[in-house]
Design a protein around this ligand. Sequence first.
Ligand SMILES: Cc1ncc(COP(=O)(O)O)c(C=O)c1O
Length: 450
Amino acid sequence: MKDNNFIKENNAKHMWHPMGHPADSLAHPPTVITSAKDSSITDIDGNTVVDAVGGLWCVNLGYSNDVVKEAISKQLYDLPYYSAFSGTSNPAAIEASYLVRDMFAADGMSRVFFTSGGSDSVETCLRLARQYHVVRGETSRTKFISLKKGYHGTHFGGASVNGNNRFRINYEPLLPGCYHLPAPYTYRNPFNETDPAKLAQNIAAAFEDEIAFQGANTIAAFIMEPIQGAGGVIVPDASFMGLMRDICDRHGILMISDEVITGFGRTGDWSGARHWGVKPDLMSMAKGITSGYFPVGAALIGEKVAEVFENDTSGNAAIFHGYTYSAHPVGAAAVTATLNETLRLDTKVNAAARGAQLFEGVKALAAKHNIVGDVRGGHGLMTGIELVSDQGSKTPMDLATMKRIHKTAYDNGAMVRLGGNNILMSPPLVITEAEVNQILSALDAGFSAA
Ligand SMILES: Cc1ncc(COP(=O)(O)O)c(C=O)c1O
């Protein structure tokens, strides 16, 4: 490894970063993170802060889980790679698939298709949804419906169902046949509705209206995050996902629950769908599946869908989709160790308790700082803070002020994440009470610097 002088000198000069402007990275080189322990990270200048981002909504077990590290290391020596394309498999993937299926059996899931990350998992779900209808002989069902403010990754399919124009407009035209409903976002919505239950009813009515307009027999699937993450931690009313499930059922539309963030305990339950008492048809997973220690994702296939594929005799159910690293043995070993650790530590319990502490703490800060327009969370360790320059007109806070708040919070002990005029937080699920308090005092300092 080159020394720190080399790293600082070359920072961002040769690498384009995801989700950033190349010129901005050159003008303002990113913070270089060199090490991490438990729920904290340390940068190249030796500053150590609590990681309120959890890497990127993913380091659920924190940075110091030796069980996962050792499992990865052992697997590298036993079998670093072999293809899982039809005809060959490996023991690590077989064991991991058993555990994942078992963990999500309560959600009605019966099969697992491994991928390399969240975008891959979403893509797999979208493609399997279309193929499900082909196998059943209803080939006209090709369209997808999703929610504005939703984030489903950056592949063309995922970007097409994405509900935030930042991820779309420079990449258009996207997939035809994708339509969007309003988000369950009480702070801003076209119905001017602040009551979450009434807003849920309005969106359900818009869904029915869209189905009538498109024709139910043209729609393959509806995809949603149980709690919208990257869009600003938008928590729907408890009735919302059930309402959408019911509409999907009445019209033969598959429901895909995008659990890339909400899976594996972040909401205080093992899945976001279970949190709302809903059984989807397909689930996309990633992040917490390996706690970020190895890039792995999974599409989970519900019983109804699996039966159609497995009972096919026409040949149409052959899956001509997959990735070189699907069921990667090292990734699979990481999955097995991560799931065993996640269950042993029962991380969902701490996620619920620390999530409530963080949410209540941020609400107290909102009473003190008039730049806080909206605070969202209260369902596990996902908290969003929407900042405005004027509470009456809800004018989004400008980027320069957002960056100043971010930097001040960092200087005062916490890494948070900016998403437009939102501060997004998703710390490790093993975070302690004292570390949550440190995040809150760092935010207090950040808001004071606005
Ligand atoms: C809900 C959701 N779906 C899909 C993705 C895409 O995952 P990845 O970045 O691993 O491709 C993300 C990433 O944050 C996500 O939050």
